[in-house]
Design a protein around this ligand. Sequence first.
Ligand SMILES: [Zn+2]
Ligand SMILES: [Zn+2]
Length: 204
Amino acid sequence: MKAVVYEGPRQVRVKDVPDARIERPTDVLVRITSANICGSDLHMYEGRTDFEAGRWFGHENLGQVVEIGAGVDKVQVGDWVVLPFNIACGHCKNCERQLTNYCLTAQPEPKMAGAAYGFADMGPYGGGQAELLRVPWGDFNCLRLGEDAEQRQTDYVMLADIFPTGYHATELAGVQPGDQTVIYGAGPVGLMAALSATIRGRAR
Ligand SMILES: [Zn+2]
Ligand SMILES: [Zn+2]
């Protein structure tokens, strides 16, 4: 398959890499049709992290399921799915507290917590700026989409990171109906925070 491969600071190239595949019974294999470039991809692209040369980016992913492992119950071949960027097992101590960004199972390094697709220090997982993506614990990590998924995939792909990240800022800030809300920064996440404040009923 082709993927956006990191070769060193400011050097990425679309190259052939081994196909992503089902490795464990709980895996789902997704043919990626939309993927965002994140601000945090730029940290890696610019060489400000210890992302290893030869790995590929992409943690904001959407596509269609092409294969499922024998232990997958809910997700089916043909489903359109968006993948929240954190890879989580769904059943460890942190996942059970909904702290899925600090999953203890998906991160192989015992001193750390949390995993993500194609991300420095977040486990060995491949990214989705590629033709195929392996999704571990597919039943937990695949958000299944409705009938309009294919037509509106450029909207839904924002559920992988940008929209919930902006929304979470309004959650942490405790935005209430009638509030005045100020957002510093108007990149994609800031704009999603503004939309989220509107959804939560901000007055101004
Ligand atoms: Zn992101
Ligand atoms: Zn977990």
